[in-house]
Ligand binder design. Structure first.
Ligand SMILES: CC(C)(COP(=O)(O)OP(=O)(O)OC[C@H]1O[C@@H](n2cnc3c(N)ncnc32)[C@H](O)[C@@H]1OP(=O)(O)O)[C@@H](O)C(=O)NCCC(=O)NCCS
Length: 214
């Protein structure tokens, strides 16, 4: 597994802001992420890192790959100038819970890492986090023109429930409001397990493509 999910930390915020600029025309100030991380309340933010074997022996790499699918256990390596450095952050996501509704606040993947299952990995992780927090549904807004993101959400059972007119301040575009199925239902849990199984294979294949530079 070449990608791992970890909780976002204050040390990640500058990199997260840089990734965000590559992904969105409207961005949050870095201070907003810092505020969320300092006072998490019912919000949670995660990053996805790409593990390379740069500097790590095959044995170390194998150990990392065997770690839990959605774990946050990767031990950071020491950087050259002494500070703690982890593998590259290639995407991030977040949600906040109100009652039993988990609102997805952001999800994005660096352009060069798209189409490899990383967005799915983030979204599947958000489902797990929402369940841990006691959520029963996920909901989000997405630009009406953002067919790629809508396709991702539909794959995970989200359906349209309405529109917010002129929701986006940069171009006045409407937002689709989408809701998941009940994430605690046995049928959804079974479907999520199936999707994760397929995702594991997709990410493993992606590793060989990343390794070949495609
Ligand atoms: C939306 C986004 C997170 C998807 O991430 P990703 O890593 O490229 O997506 P994945 O490789 O995990 O693909 C998952 C699903 O997304 C959809 N998808 C991904 N790329 C697609 C494309 N080029 N065309 C159509 N659908 C696509 C498909 O449903 C895909 O499932 P499939 O492989 O079974 O067809 C990414 O495109 C992104 O960061 N976009 C910019 C930020 C953004 O728009 N965020 C959403 C805000 S609401």
């Amino acid at each position: 597994m070449p990608f791992i999910i970890e909780p976002m930390t204050l040390e990640d915020v500058d990199t997260v802001s840089a990734v965000e600029k590559e992904c969105f025309s409207i961005t949050w100030p870095a201070s907003a992420y810092r505020r969320e991380l300092r006072n998490p309340g019912s919000s949670r933010y995660i990053v996805v890192r790409h593990i390379t074997d740069n500097g790590a022996s095959p044995t170390q790499m194998e150990k990392e790959h065997r770690r839990s699918f959605f774990s946050s256990l990767f031990p950071f390596r020491q950087g050259e100038n002494g500070h703690q450095e982890g593998p590259e952050i290639v995407g991030f996501a977040g949600l906040w819970l109100r009652l039993d509704e988990a609102h997805v606040t952001t999800i994005c993947v660096k352009p060069e890492y798209r189409g490899k299952g990383v967005g799915e990995l983030l979204l599947a992780s958000l489902f797990d986090i929402a369940l841990d927090l006691g959520g029963s549904w996920l909901t989000l807004e997405v630009r009406v023109s953002n067919y790629v993101a809508q396709s991702l959400y539909r794959k995970y059972g989200f359906r349209e429930s309405g529109t917010r007119r002129h929701y986006y301040s940069d171009n006045g575009e409407d937002a689709l409001i989408m809701w998941s199925e009940s994430i605690v239902s046995p049928s959804f849990q079974a479907e999520l397990m199936r999707l994760k199984h397929d995702l594991r294979e997709k990410l493993t294949k992606a590793e060989s493509r990343v390794g070949q530079g495609t």
